[in-house]
Design a protein around this ligand. Sequence first.
Ligand code: HEM
Length: 512
Amino acid sequence: MQVLIILISLFLFLFLSLARLWYKLWWNPLRIQRIMNEQGIRGPPYKFVHGNTKESFKMSMQVRDTPMSNLCHDIFPKIQPEIHAWTKAYGRNYLSWHGTQAQLVITEPELIKEVLVNREKTYPKPPPQDFVKQLLGDGLVTTNNEDKWAKQRRLANYIFHGESLKNMVPVMVETVHEMLARWKHQEGKEIEVFEDFKIFTCEVISKTAFGSSYVEGRSIFQMLTDLGMLLTRNVPHVRFPGLSKLWKTADEIEAEKLEKSIFDAILGMIKKREEKVKAGEAADFGNDFLGQLVKASRGTDDSKKITIEDLVDECKTFYLAGQETTNSLIAWVVFLLATHPDWQEEARKEVLHVFRNNDPDAEGITRLKTLSMIINETLRLYPPVIGMSRQVDRQLRLGKLVLPAGIKIGIGNLKLHHDPEIWGEDVHLFKPERFAEGIAKATNNNPVVFTPFSFGPRICAGMNFATHEVKIIISMILQRYAFKLSPAYVHCPVPVLTIRPKLGLQVIIQPL
Ligand code: HEM
């Protein structure tokens, strides 16, 4: 009798597990596909377990390493070939599948606005999965916990606005001087500047947010970069649901090790601060970002208190968000100015008029109109961040569509930035004059078509910090050097966390 009960239980368990699997892998995707198809939303058909990841990966591989001819800026088909192909085939909004996960990709401005403004708080960020979780944790960029977000966002706003931002200008200037001192030995020669801009952006975020130097934070940056590489490499791979709990791939094991080492390294940095306070070498934990985080983790006020895990996640977030993106933007501004000597000259005239040969200061930075136009046009053509995503937790209405619970929303901002219907037939040309009368005029009073820093409450917290940094480094280069592309440069933008030049950026600098 006992054996029979065990056998029946086993049978029931197996039956229920198989039914659950069948629901997840087959019935539910087809159900969602049917609901969306009936509303006119089509897309590449769902394929068992893999969804469309194989096709998407194949499309990327076909174009990824092929350089672009004539320094062309039409990067959308190269960077997001699947969105390019599927919007052409199925319309501005379509349904695709990352494994069994349905994703509604939207490129219609009105829908994007509704999702990003998120008035009813119905479009949270999807919880970070696997490698993203290890890379950014549940920090400000990724969290969908409203209370936590509000707490951390207040802190970030405090650190990166107004007076505190002003106080960071001298540090940024000093860091450019360090880079220019290295360039002194390279005058008239070819230099690869992408790596220099990486060191510069690492230094700036290390000094301003963490009160340390690139050398001190180097191992953290390196580990985050390695983790980012693992993430990029694994995006196209779909694992059978639940399998990663039973068996880990070499990349998953490596990612776990990196996550642990990053955690320890950041704790080490915090400990150093505590020891300084204990030894009487410092009055408190400091006023920079790290200092504020440590204070928040030690405080007694529950509305401000954060855990040590939150603290580490926030540090990872700012190391990464504060560096990769700005590194990419500076590189593309230099690339575009190197290939448009007329705009390089215009920008130099403005910089010399505002600062003469003095170091940039906070007040002058706000008067750099031409440089702002150049930066905006660079962000339009080469936005460092090319994907934003949200999720739908319960059935809801988006525009005329009724969306079932459980689907994700992918926002295709790169398509909008390269859309001739929005920007005109010259959409792929570098024309900073589009922004001469501001973003509102350039976008025909529809600013959601230009979202390099996102839109709505989750707009980038480091936007002003990043634009200050870019304006300072470009101004100081323009004050000293004329630069042009080296014949060695190969135009091959690739998406690796951000859009970057695959083989670096080689320029030749001539002292003025
Ligand atoms: C050119 C440089 C940058 C670009 C293009 C950029 C772009 C973005 C974008 C598109 C988002 C929103 C993502 C979404 O809506 O899902 C974002 C969020 C964020 N960025 Fe940036 N970013 C840049 C620089 C920085 C810097 C320098 C920092 C910090 C020092 C930073 C910190 C953040 C944070 C904390 C968030 C999350 C904000 C929130 O969810 O409340 N970013 N960024």
